[in-house]
Design a protein around this ligand. Structure first.
Ligand code: NI
Length: 165
């Protein structure tokens, strides 16, 4: 395994739309996921999308905030995900991103969403989630379309250095 270099705000890979993954084996996706897992743990992040490690693929990993993980590491892998809001209801909350280190912003997200994706074994996964879990998925999904949370601020002024807020 290896800790990967994280692309920071300003790198073109972060604003590029990613490519769908058609052949799981050809890509050696297991190695990518292992390396991304090590990277997210090292950086103490909640989610990490492929573009953040300079890979323009439609996949991300995240730690499910609904699971208590005291000693066991919980990493969920979403490949070629699709998400849809379950209602128009939104929530504002603070977000940060490993590609925008030291900063945080108040971001408006849909409160409840449904998702479908493929997992690392090629199985279809789907579900409905809300709150922080829905927020994490929406944040990571945005990365696959070249969108950073900084373009979804609830208020223009609700953004700055975490240590100042
Ligand atoms: Ni992010």
């Amino acid at each position: 395994m290896a800790i990967l270099k994280i692309a920071k705000l300003g790198h073109p890979v972060l604003v590029k739309k990613t490519n769908e993954i058609n052949n799981l084996n050809k890509l050696n996706l297991k190695k990518i996921v292992f390396d991304m897992s090590e990277t997210i743990i090292d950086a103490d992040g909640i989610g990490l999308a492929a573009p953040q490690v300079h890979l323009s693929h439609r996949m991300f990993i995240y730690r499910n905030p609904d699971i208590e993980d005291d000693d066991k590491i919980n990493i969920t892998v979403f490949i070629n995900p699709i998400i849809e809001k379950l209602s128009d209801e939104t929530e504002d909350d603070w977000e940060a991103c490993l590609s925008v280190p030291g900063m945080s912003g108040l971001v408006r997200r849909f409160k409840r969403i449904k998702y479908s994706a493929i997992d690392l074994n090629g199985n279809n996964i789907a579900g409905e989630v809300e709150g922080l879990h829905a927020r994490v998925i929406q944040h990571e999904f945005d990365h696959l379309n070249g969108v950073l949370y900084t373009s979804r601020l609830a208020h223009k002024s609700a953004f700055g250095y975490s240590e100042e807020m």
